[in-house]
Design a protein around this ligand. Structure first.
Ligand code: NAD
Length: 452
């Protein structure tokens, strides 16, 4: 803080007009992800874990996390001593968040099969099944993240996954993961906590080791090593393992108008900026007066100086921008093109504008809805698509932990209704076996002659 106060630089955002296309493009361009370089570091780690299992896991944990483990896995029931240091207030806070996330994700659970009769005698259905084994990565290199644990663990449990495995790097001080993460693991019915991080943890869950079960899907954020390992294993058919989504730096876009509270706007921008120097923070102003813009800048500066992570904030805000628009339509067009992970609406009658949103991970509607509420406790999921992937991906939800099976039942009447179409299309595709499977049945039923 002392070092920061010595600096005369104001912690201000750049300001561009929406008509300044070059300025806007610069503001919304995301940092390039250099995955190929990281792959060279990650590939040998994955290979070693795959070939020598637990031994490699233990060696990498010693090398990267400074912890010498006898066994890399903590099995349920987790020892009570692992909860040492967990306060009652923290337990209650986690319980409240877990309850809200559970409520919202349980409501998403589709229980009844979908059944549709497409033609008389042709019944199609679709029903969900939980993905059997999931591996949930909880980052632990630089921060304790029980919120990530509950945002993934609760929907996995709600969906009915049979085996839930957590992985998180152990602390150097005592070789354990934080009591908050252990508590969430207990509440979510996790069977194991893999005491490892980075690419080695991902590889262990993807291929399995002596002590780590091989899982079907790996989810969770993490640093560049975790992301690169997830990309690798999802492309390896031998791993037969899927992942949630590609991850990039976290980001927020706030839309504010002249009535917005400047302190609220500044606090929303800063709560994102403190994530990391590569975080993306954009304010889209709707018909903002220059006085209002200046008030927001001052509020950002003042609040930033009081934050312990001010040095990170300063670097992030240095590449953050206020884009000034003339009206709401223009502001929402801008936001839809950017497709932010988090979209905050600090505008009059904010709920009326939600239908204008086409692309966003999660929306925070109105002055009293800071992103922090969704990050921890409101009930929505905070595992969201970054890097513009909100155009085609949804955030984690109950269906993320399920797959859907379809079924069809065709009667003789149904075969009469669709059989000839099937035969016709099979013929043009040159697949006589397909055509024959229908022809044999239809001729036995007397629906077509044998030489049809
Ligand atoms: P992490 O758990 O992702 O990574 C720590 C691990 O990285 C270590 O255990 C080690 O195995 C590995 N590692 C470190 N240096 C290495 C090296 N030189 N070579 C190979 N492996 C190495 O924890 P982190 O580093 O603190 O990163 C957490 C990340 O997760 C951050 O980027 C944060 O922004 C992100 N995050 C994102 C969200 C989200 O929802 N988008 C939420 C929480 C965290």
């Amino acid at each position: 803080l002392e070092r920061t106060l010595c600096s005369n630089d104001k912690i201000y955002l750049d300001v561009v007009q929406s008509t300044d296309l070059e300025g806007v493009t610069k503001a919304v361009t995301r940092p390039i992800q250099k995955t190929s370089q990281i792959m060279n570091l990650v590939n040998p780690i994955i290979e070693n874990v795959r070939n020598i299992g637990d031994k490699a896991l233990i060696e990498y944990t010693k090398k990267f996390d400074g912890v010498d483990l006898k066994t890399p896995v903590l099995e349920a029931p987790f020892p009570e001593e692992y909860l040492e240091g967990l306060t009652e207030e923290m337990k209650e806070s986690l319980d409240l968040s877990i309850e809200n996330v559970r409520k919202f994700h349980a409501a998403q659970l589709q229980k009844k099969p979908l059944v549709v009769t497409t033609q008389p005698g042709v019944v199609c259905s679709r029903f969900p099944r939980a993905i059997e084994k999931v591996g949930l990565y909880i980052p632990g290199g630089t921060a304790v993240l029980p919120s990530t644990a509950l945002m993934l663990g609760v929907p996995a449990q709600v969906a009915g996954c049979k085996e839930i495995v957590f992985a998180s790097p152990p602390r150097k001080s005592d070789g354990r993961v934080s009591p908050e993460v252990v508590y969430v693991a207990m509440k979510c019915g996790a069977s194991k906590i893999v005491l490892a991080g980075g690419a080695q943890a991902v590889a262990a869950m993807a291929y399995g080791t002596e002590s780590v079960p091989k899982v079907d899907k790996i989810l969770g954020p993490g640093n560049q090593f975790v992301t690169a390992a997830k990309m690798y294993i999802q492309n390896d058919t031998q791993a037969l393992c899927s992942i949630d989504m590609p991850a990039g730096p976290s980001e927020v876009l706030v839309i504010a108008d002249e009535d917005a509270d400047v302190d609220f706007v500044a606090s929303d921008l800063l709560s994102q900026a403190e994530h990391g120097v590569d975080s993306q923070v954009i304010l889209v102003g709707v018909s903002l007066s220059s006085k209002k813009v200046q008030q927001i800048q001052e509020a950002v500066h003042e609040q930033a100086l009081a934050l312990p992570r001010v040095d990170i904030v300063r670097q992030c805000i240095a590449h953050s921008t206020i884009i000034l628009c003339d009206n709401y339509t223009e502001a929402f067009d801008m936001s839809n093109k950017y497709a932010p992970e988090h979209l905050i609406l600090q505008i009059n009658e904010a709920d009326r504008y939600v239908p204008l949103v086409d692309n966003a991970g999660s929306i925070f509607v109105g002055s009293y809805t800071p992103e922090s509420c969704g990050d921890y406790s409101s009930g929505t999921n905070h595992t969201l698509p970054t890097y513009g992937y909100a155009r085609q991906y949804s955030g984690a939800n109950t269906a993320t932990f399920q797959k859907f099976i379809t079924a069809q039942q065709v009667t003789s009447e149904g075969l009469d209704n669709i059989g000839k179409a099937v035969m016709c299309i099979a013929k043009v595709e040159g697949l006589d076996g397909h055509r024959n499977a229908v022809k044999i049945r239809m001729s036995k039923l007397g629906l077509i002659s044998k030489d049809f």
